[in-house]
Design a protein around this ligand. Sequence first.
Ligand SMILES: [Zn+2]
Length: 352
Amino acid sequence: MTRTMLAARFHEHGDRDVLRLEQAPIPQPSATEARIRVHACALNWLDVGIRRGPKFGAVPLPLTTGVDVSGVIDALGERVDDWSAGDSVTLYSLVTCGECEFCRAGEITVCPKHRIIGEHMDGGLAEYLIAPAQNLIAKPNNLTHTEAAALPVVAGTAWHMLISVAELKAGETVFIPGAGGGVASMGIQIAKHAGAKVIASTSSAEKMDKARELGADHVVNYHDEDWVRQVIAFTGGRGVDVAQDLVGARTWADSLRTLARNGRLVVCGSHSGAQLDLAIPQIYHRQLRILGANGATYNEVCLALDLANQGVLRPVIDRVLPLTAIREGHRILEEHDHFGKVVMQVGPADKP
Ligand SMILES: [Zn+2]
């Protein structure tokens, strides 16, 4: 008889009520894979977006999403030598081909054949998941499973956007909208670590305090009509060197307005909308640069996790919920009712 496990999955795309908690077969690792007993799995906007319907082609159904996983290796394929059962691990989520010109050049985030754990294959919102051994990362010792699950996607993405793509330098000023978002809350900390000055925006006095606690030098409330002017005023009228935007259509125009001449807008994500009317002359007149960033490399995620292990970056966790509350987890993301990560506790009680 096939052994089964509890999994949060959906058989069709749609609203939150397509999410079901049900028994699914426990997957078996192939020769080069590991099976992980999941302890914690953080939610990302990807979980909501894929549930509603994927932007980039079909995904297999039924699907268990869940990209950010921390747990313990439970079984290994016979060709995996570098890991042992019982090792605590977290995951790098991009599965790349290793053969294309981009993979060979180390630019794996643009591999045209890349797949994502929790999107193109089952992810961590279940008691067990399978991952290629090359995607495993040792869980940092000083972090609990809950903390480790809260980091890889957001910390890696923020690092890739600000440091690798936008080439943020010490002394520059960066604007980070939507400070309560997972990537934004890591972006604030990474930018400060890089020696930049950070201006953040968010929606309430409470969230403004939290953004300051993370290190933001100046925080504006985007419900203020003149918040763009407040951002520019803080830079002495010059504008910011870099704006990090994950929000999309709702914030792009304003993010561009905050930029100094020669400023860079670095973007990843469009959950507030994917289409927009854009005034083109400002781009060349002020010589702005718009830079796309996609995910993060394995090394970038490891660097960010190491900084968290040293206490330089702090995982920002809004709340921890049991897997049975998966629909509530999606609601919190869809209604922006959070500051930092929502982590689903899947496995045994958490300890470092
Ligand atoms: Zn490739």
